[in-house]
Design a protein around this ligand. Structure first.
Ligand SMILES: C[S@@+](CC[C@H](N)C(=O)[O-])C[C@H]1O[C@@H](n2cnc3c(N)ncnc32)[C@H](O)[C@@H]1O
Length: 419
C-alpha cells in the first residue's frame, strides 16, 4: 500500500518572522538574535520535511537511524490509544494473569477467556508486539517483560483500570479545554469527591451516566473508600523514592497532610521507632485510616486529625510536614493558602517535604498525561519544581531544595526550610 501524503505549504521565513527591524519598529539586540535563531530553525524544519532529504536520509546508513526514530515517534503518538486498549483488555480478559501462571497456546488462551481464537489472535499478537507477552517454544505464549510488571504490582493494574475513565473523558477533549465548566461531567472529576470543594456529602453531585447511585451519602462514602484504596495501592513506588532519598532521623514528629489510608505514615513508623506521627485528612477518610491501623504496634505513636486543610487549622507540634501527591490536585490559590498555613504551624527550623510528579521545565513525555489527568479531575495542575519552589518562598519559606531522586517519574521531592 502506498500512502500519498501531501505536504502543506511551509510558511516562508518572512511571513513566519514578520517584518525585519526598522526605525519605526526598533527591535532589541536580543530580539534580533532570536530572529536569527528562529530563521535557522525554520530552515531546518523545512529540510526535515523535504521529500528529497527523506529519501537521501533513509538510503544512507549514517542518517537512517534518525529518520527511523522520528518516524517511530510520530507513529507512537498516533497509536497511544490502541496500545492502552491492548493493555486494558489483556488485563480485563485475564489474558496476562493466565499466561503468567504458565505459558499456553492460543487455543488454550481462547478457551480460557471464552473468545474465538481467530479474533483473540489480534490481541495476542499486539500484546507480543508491546512486550506484554512473548512467544515461547511450541507455539505457546508467556508473560512478557512489561506484562510481568503490570501483573506483579497491584498498583499498576489498578491505575490501568482507573485510566479508562480519563480515556473516556478525553473523547471530548475540546469540551475540557473550553472552560472549567467543561469538566463538570468528567468521570474523573466525579471519581474524586473532594474536587467539588468544601461541600458536605449530601451536596456532592451524583456521578453522571452509568455511575448514578440513588443514595448520595452512600455514594460519597463509597467513592471515598474507592479512591483511598486506589491511592494506597499505588503509593509504594512514591514511598520508596521518599524514604530512600530523605533522612528522617533528625525529626521527632511528622505531620502527613492528605495522608490517605496512612501507608506512608505507617512505613515511617516502622522505619523510625522514635517518630511520632500526625495523620490529617478529610473526616470520612480519617475514619478509614484509623480503622486500618488500630491493631498495629505503632498505633500509640499515631494521632489522627480529621479535618480540611482549607477550612481547619493545621496542627502545630510537628518538625516536618509532608504533602505527598496532594498539591497537584488543587488550584494555585488553595495551594498557596495551604503552604502559608503550614509555614505558620511550623516552628523555626521546621521543614516541609512535598513529593509528587512534577512537570519538566522543557516538557517531558509523561507531562502530557498528567496535564490532562489533573485537568479532568477539576482544578488540578502539574507544576514544575521551580513554580512550586517560588510558591513556597511566597508562603514564607526561606530556602527550598530539590532532591535528586533516581525515579522522578514516580515523584520529585522538594524540601522547604523555615528559619
Ligand atoms: C491524591 S490523594 C493522595 C493520598 C496519599 N498522600 C498518597 O500519596 O497516596 C490526596 C489526598 O488528599 C486528601 N484531601 C483532599 N482535599 C483535602 C482537604 N481539603 N483537607 C485534607 N485532605 C484533603 C484526599 O482525601 C486524599 O486522601
Amino acid at each position: 500500500m502506498t500512502l500519498n501524503i501531501e505536504l502543506k505549504a511551509y510558511p516562508s521565513v518572512s511571513t513566519a518572522m514578520g517584518a525585519s527591524p526598522s526605525a519605526s519598529n526598533p527591535n532589541t539586540l536580543e530580539e534580533v538574535k532570536l530572529d536569527w535563531r528562529e530563521r535557522l530553525r525554520n530552515r531546518i524544519d523545512r529540510w526535515m520535511v523535504s521529500p528529497q532529504l527523506y529519501r537521501l536520509s533513509v538510503s544512507t546508513f549514517f542518517t537512517r537511524w534518525y529518520t527511523q526514530k522520528r518516524t517511530r515517534e510520530v507513529f507512537d503518538l498516533m497509536a497511544g490509544f490502541v496500545h492502552f486498549q491492548v493493555l486494558l483488555n489483556c488485563l480485563r480478559l485475564g489474558v496476562l494473569a493466565r499466561v503468567q501462571q504458565s505459558p499456553c497456546s492460543l487455543a488454550e488462551l481462547a478457551n480460557h477467556v471464552g473468545l474465538p481464537a481467530n479474533r483473540l489472535d489480534r490481541l495476542v499478537w499486539s500484546a507480543v508486539a508491546l512486550k506484554l507477552m512473548d512467544q515461547r517454544s511450541g507455539a505457546r505464549y508467556g508473560i512478557g517483560p512489561l506484562g510481568v510488571l503490570v501483573v506483579s504490582y497491584p498498583g499498576i493494574e489498578a491505575m490501568v483500570e482507573h485510566n479508562a475513565l480519563l480515556y473516556a473523558d478525553m473523547a471530548d477533549t475540546p469540551q475540557m479545554l473550553k472552560s472549567p465548566e467543561g469538566v463538570d461531567n468528567a468521570q474523573m472529576h466525579h471519581y474524586w469527591p473532594y474536587t467539588f470543594g468544601e461541600q458536605t456529602n449530601e451536596r456532592i453531585p451524583p456521578s453522571p451516566a452509568r455511575d448514578i447511585d440513588t443514595n448520595h451519602e452512600q455514594d460519597a462514602a463509597n467513592k471515598t473508600a474507592r479512591y483511598s484504596q486506589l491511592m494506597s495501592v499505588s503509593q509504594n513506588f512514591v514511598i520508596q523514592e521518599i524514604i530512600d532519598n530523605y533522612d528522617f532521623m533528625p525529626h521527632q514528629c511528622v505531620l502527613d497532610i492528605g495522608c490517605g489510608l496512612g501507608r506512608f505514615a505507617s512505613t515511617l513508623a516502622q522505619h523510625h521507632p522514635g517518630l511520632a506521627l500526625l495523620l490529617m485528612d478529610l473526616p470520612e477518610v480519617v475514619k478509614l485510616t484509623e480503622r486500618s491501623h488500630v491493631n498495629t504496634h505503632y498505633i500509640s505513636r499515631m494521632r489522627f486529625i480529621p479535618g480540611s486543610f482549607k477550612t481547619d487549622p493545621i496542627p502545630s507540634g510537628a518538625d516536618l510536614v509532608t504533602l505527598v501527591r496532594v498539591a497537584h490536585d488543587h488550584c494555585d490559590a488553595d495551594v498557596l493558602a495551604l503552604l502559608a498555613k503550614i509555614h505558620a504551624a511550623l516552628a523555626p527550623g521546621g521543614r516541609l517535604l512535598l513529593a509528587e510528579p512534577m512537570a519538566d521545565a522543557r516538557g517531558e513525555r509523561q507531562d502530557a498525561y498528567f496535564h490532562f489527568y489533573l485537568m479532568a479531575m477539576g482544578e488540578g495542575l502539574l507544576r514544575t519544581p521551580q513554580k512550586l519552589s517560588s510558591m513556597m518562598q511566597q508562603a514564607g519559606f526561606s530556602r527550598v531544595e530539590l532532591l535528586s531522586n533516581p525515579m522522578p517519574t514516580h515523584a520529585r521531592i522538594l524540601i522547604a526550610h523555615k528559619t
